[in-house]
Design a protein around this ligand. Structure first.
Ligand SMILES: *[C@@H]1O[C@H](CO)[C@@H](O)[C@H](O)[C@H]1NC(C)=O
Ligand SMILES: *[C@@H]1O[C@H](CO)[C@@H](O)[C@H](O)[C@H]1NC(C)=O
Ligand SMILES: *[C@@H]1O[C@H](CO)[C@@H](O)[C@H](O)[C@H]1NC(C)=O
Ligand SMILES: *[C@@H]1O[C@H](CO)[C@@H](O)[C@H](O)[C@H]1NC(C)=O
Ligand SMILES: *[C@@H]1O[C@H](CO)[C@@H](O)[C@H](O)[C@H]1NC(C)=O
Length: 361
């Protein structure tokens, strides 16, 4: 991933090195939710005006389109069976916070929601199939949940101890999470007071599969952290603005209001979407990715970080909806009238990033 020559998505070389050095345990990263080709003169663009700095010219589509992107299929399975997302709440979570994330997961298969919807966003993920001709499933549901309120492995987790938290959840004496290797996905969510290896410095989330030697089974899982107190400007952008995202002589820009009233958790939603899309299309790190190294794959959501709407790229989110009532930024509707901002994913037929709120479909 670190070496992928995709012009709109070039990473700061320093970050790439940091991650390459730190990632001893293989995993699939979610980087910051916007690309690192930050051109400070383009900072205004996030306020809604595409900047000249983002104009790459020609007839090329901007949203991630590039002749350098070679997304390839590597013969492994995609998640074709009905997906059940089992959630582990690690640390301290409020009921409203849990409701936002549950609402997002439940929206993934809710076709009754008005366009553009979360289920419409998942439709692009469903375009991916494996060599048996099976597509990613349309059916994603919320499974069992487990609370780890007492921080069973402490307030600082490593890549490996994340798997120990999952082991504890599936082997608990009271109400263990079901072991469901066919369609089960395990989503470990850490509260804002928990540090995780490489959190904020290189990633906002990652996914991989558990090792039988630790957990007893090979289970696809993802970790996503609440960045609210550690690095919201990195992992909950645009609901928080990083300090250095400031052209000289300009006033600090106000962050966009979060649609569900919680910047940290509203920011997590896009990272959770990113990880679920990649788990579905590359669950065992041998299906859909670009780049030559399966330890550092560039997957369908990596290609579209920071792109939430038409014209997105660089420092510009792309066109999203700003709600006239409260100013909240979002791009998809969810169940129960909820609104979410979810990054786009790579469309395998169009060969650029795509989402249900695209203006030119
Ligand atoms: C940013 O926006 C302000 C106000 O609209 C404008 O005065 C300024 O020139 C803009 N800066 C850039 C770099 O576009
Ligand atoms: C940033 O964007 C401005 C305005 O388009 C451009 O003049 C400048 O060269 C860009 N800087 C970099 C480092 O790309
Ligand atoms: C998958 O989910 C759908 C919708 O909930 C359901 O109708 C179907 O029976 C499920 N399939 C299996 C194999 O469980
Ligand atoms: C399944 O995948 C194929 C490509 O592999 C695609 O053409 C087709 O539209 C997909 N089906 C659905 C329902 O998305
Ligand atoms: C769905 O989203 C559109 C635009 O993003 C918005 O105009 C509409 O009001 C939303 N519908 C609901 C029910 O929230």
């Amino acid at each position: 991933m670190a070496s992928l020559p995709a012009p709109p998505l070039l990473f700061f070389p320093l970050l790439a090195v940091l991650v390459a050095a730190a990632t001893l345990v293989p995993s699939c990263e979610a980087w910051r939710p916007w690309p690192n080709t930050l051109n400070l003169t383009a900072a205004n663009a996030t306020a809604g005006v595409p900047s000249r700095a983002l104009d790459i010219g020609g007839s090329k589509r901007f949203e991630g389109s590039s002749e350098f992107v070679h997304l390839r299929y590597h013969m492994g399975p995609v998640l074709a069976a009905n997906i059940t997302v089992h959630v582990i709440w690690y640390g301290t979570w409020s009921r409203p916070q849990k409701r936002i994330i549950r609402g997002f997961i439940r929206s993934l298969s809710d076709d009754s929601v008005p366009h553009p919807s979360v289920a419409g966003w998942w439709r692009t993920v469903r375009l991916y199939a494996d060599q048996t001709g099976s597509n990613v499933t349309a059916h994603v549901s919320l499974g069992s949940e487990k609370n780890d309120r007492l921080y069973s492995l402490g307030r600082s987790l490593t890549r490996l101890s994340v798997q120990h938290v999952i082991r504890a959840a599936v082997s608990a004496r009271r109400r263990p999470l079901p072991v469901n290797p066919r369609g089960g996905l395990y989503l470990l969510l850490t509260s804002s007071d928990v540090a995780v290896q490489d959190f904020c410095s290189g990633s906002c989330g990652f996914h991989y599969f558990t090792f039988p030697s630790i957990v007893g089974y090979t289970l696809p899982y993802a970790w996503v952290g609440n960045s609210a107190t550690r690095c919201p400007g990195i992992c909950a952008y645009p609901y928080a603005i990083p300090e250095y995202f400031l052209p000289p002589g300009q006033k600090k820009r106000q962050p966009a209001p979060a649609p569900n009233g919680d910047a940290g958790v509203d920011g997590m939603v896009s990272v959770i979407g990113h990880e679920l899309a990649e788990l579905a299309t590359n669950p065992l790190a041998n299906a859909w990715y670009a780049g030559a190294d399966p330890s550092f794959p560039t997957e369908i959501a990596d290609l579209c970080e920071g792109i939430y709407g038409t014209g997105g790229g660089g420092a510009y989110t792309g066109q999203v909806t700003v709600d006239g009532r409260d100013g909240a930024w979002y791009n998809v509707n969810g169940s129960g009238g909820r609104r979410f901002l979810v990054q786009w994913v790579w469309h395998p037929q169009l060969n650029y990033c795509f989402g249900p709120n695209a203006l030119d479909q």
